[in-house]
Write a protein of this length. Sequence first.
Length: 240
Amino acid sequence: MMSKRNRRDERIINPNYGKTIAFALMHPKRALARFSNLLMEARDYAVLEKTFIYQRYVWTYKHIRPGTIFIDVGAYIGDTAVYFATNQNTRRVIAYEAVPYYYLKALSNIKKSPFKDKIQLFNVAILDQGGKMKIAATYTGHDWGFDSSKNRGLGGKNVEVKPLSEVISDLKNLALKCYVDYNGGSTLDGLKLNNVYLIDVIVKNGNVGKIKQHLMKEGFKTHEFTNPNWHETHIRGIKK
């Protein structure tokens, strides 16, 4: 296991994700030791652990149909983009990460992946309406929302904002992973999902019942999964 020192040390970033992620997909139980030997931020370690070792997205992964375009909203450090790109039924992954700090990490990690040619990554925020928003270069997204007043006037980058409806409008045979956090689920409010057959909504600070009701209205057969240790709920849905 990773030492307490390395788990706390968030200054050292020298990850060699590519080969380790490939190994994790084949040998998830044995991969823990390999992840623990990487010098990375503690948060990065925890995310990779959830995605590749505990297989938190395995239900969604198993239901991907041939020729799928996978939309990854909230790509973070690129772990899910790589994970879903490994599925032979995935034709392409289109990933969006709003926070510049994590976008650069994701870009670096994806470039190291043997599946990089299947992945497109954009530094774009997906909300309920379009526009621009300034996100501080130092913002890491854990203590307050990127639309919080604490993020205003701190400099940084003007990030494009797109509504999810625009992102999915001209595409077909879609699977969608969407992280609902500080915007409370408004990204999905009233959204038509006719061209989406598979969805995994990760809810941290949102109305689980409201989101689930909307997905059912859009024709999804849904179920939810909550891991109390992660303080998040997955609402998963599939259309027949």
